[in-house]
Design a protein around this ligand. Structure first.
Ligand code: ATP
Length: 221
């Protein structure tokens, strides 16, 4: 085991808006797996899902507000700065070039995201660049057949694998995930109901000040 190897985790998402489900998961993964850094990585416009409801800049500002008192979590806004389509594989290649070959990179996601992996751009390359850390969500089960099941079988790792090598393992973590989704928050606001206690007050205040998510196609700026 190489205890000297730095281990950096990335938690990607649209964060439209960021909520306590994301924040809790990121913090728990950082503490449970002993990462040196946990970076929240907002995506500009992922190919594999509908366009986010509000602008990249507003999602970035909401994230910054959400973690301003939490030094354990940091914001990596490189995908927003790049603009256009977001491909995780390009981001990981850029990080590798920047951080070097030996640092351990882990891309964290919920099981729902893992199940869509075969639709991601150059997805087979992802595990050459990083580990995948998958947190299971209530009501979801690991697939038993298909490409994702095969991938899980061939790359199954343990928490210690994350420091033993820079990339290449899939670590599945069972943890209680808060039953919160950004979709639900957007729906509540659209219906004139309060999403309070599902996301940080500072983020809710920002949403109210900017009058975000009032309609299904809120464009933000
Ligand atoms: P939407 O409802 O718009 O699809 P979301 O709440 O699922 O959004 P995303 O930004 O799409 O949030 O998700 C980013 C990452 O956070 C994904 O890997 C997803 O699995 C994970 N995630 C989403 N909700 C939760 C939650 N309640 N607890 C832990 N992880 C979550």
């Amino acid at each position: 085991m190489n205890s000297e190897r730095r281990a950096i985790a990335l938690f990607g998402g649209t964060f439209d808006p960021v909520h306590f489900g994301h924040l809790r998961m990121a913090l728990e993964l950082k503490e449970a797996l002993g990462f040196d850094e946990m970076r929240l990585l907002p995506s500009h416009q992922p190919r594999h899902r509908q366009s986010p409801g509000v602008s990249a800049e507003r999602r970035r500002e909401m994230l910054a507000l959400a973690i301003r008192d939490c030094p354990e979590l940091t914001l990596d806004d490189r995908e927003l700065c790049r603009g256009g389509d977001t491909y995780t594989v390009d981001t990981l290649e850029a990080l590798r070039a920047e951080l070097g070959e030996s640092v351990s990179l882990s891309f964290c996601m919920g099981l729902d995201s893992l199940l869509t992996l075969p639709t991601w751009h150059r997805w087979q390359r992802l595990l050459e660049l990083a580990h995948l850390v998958v947190a299971t969500r209530p009501g979801w089960h690991l697939p038993e057949e298909g490409e994702v099941a095969e991938l899980l079988r061939s790359h199954e790792g343990e928490p210690r694998s994350l420091r033993e090598s820079p990339a290449g393992s899939i670590v599945v973590r069972e943890q209680t995930l808060l039953p919160i989704s950004a979709t639900r928050i957007r729906q509540l606001i659209e219906r004139g109901q309060s999403p309070r206690f599902l996301l940080p007050d500072a983020v809710l205040q920002y949403i109210e000040d900017k009058q975000l998510y009032r309609t299904a196609t809120e464009s933000g700026c």
